[in-house]
Ligand binder design. Structure first.
Ligand code: AMP
Length: 171
């Protein structure tokens, strides 16, 4: 996995001072890098009956749609408030200062679905927790949450103790 790590650009102080941003555009632009990224995200979950892959706006969309295609599953978006056109279910979560929220179409998932949640980075876990809550509130079976990058020192897994979590690259 070191060759994938080598293709990720680290941008200090973006989007604000003190944050080291893991920029995956440099990885995704490389043909072999993109394919191996999707391979690494998909491998732990192949052949396990997943029929919906949920991607979190916006970098999660890029990864989740490719994973869904690889698994023969459908793709479902979770978006920032006000973006989805039909009726939605929303979930708020705490940020360092204030709150944010995410939405899913309320008919996008149901009890018959086996779901994989995908995002690029697991940091503090607030985003993933909100996404998992939306999947659970719609009555689906949550198979797992898969991340390309896990920032272990931020302990996002502590917010996901009831969820099977996989990550391809750890820092
Ligand atoms: P969190 O809710 O703290 O786990 O943050 C996860 C979300 O924020 C993901 O959707 C990431 O895209 C983004 N994110 C958080 N920290 C970083 C980082 N250091 N580099 C790139 N993206 C990040």
């Amino acid at each position: 996995m070191e060759h994938l790590k080598a293709r990720i650009r680290h941008v200090p102080d973006f989007p604000k001072p003190g944050i080291l941003f893991y920029d995956i555009t440099t990885l995704l632009a490389d043909p072999a890098g993109f394919r191996e990224t999707i391979d690494a995200l998909t491998a732990p979950h192949a052949g396990q009956g997943i029929d919906r892959v949920v991607g979190i706006e916006s970098r999660g969309f890029i990864l989740a749609s490719a994973v869904a295609d690889r698994l023969g599953a459908g793709f479902v978006p979770i978006r920032k408030p006000g973006k989805l056109p039909s009726t939605t279910l929303g979930e708020s979560y705490a940020l360092e200062y204030g709150t944010d929220s995410l939405e899913i179409h309320d008919d996008a998932l149901g009890p018959g679905h086996r779901v994989l949640v995908v995002d690029d980075v697991l940091a503090t876990g607030g985003t993933a927790r909100a996404a998992v809550n939306l999947v659970q509130r719609l009555g689906s079976t949550l198979h797992a949450a898969a991340f390309l990058i896990e920032l272990e020192f931020l302990k996002g897994r502590d917010k996901l103790t009831d969820v099977a979590v996989t990550s391809a690259l750890r820092y």
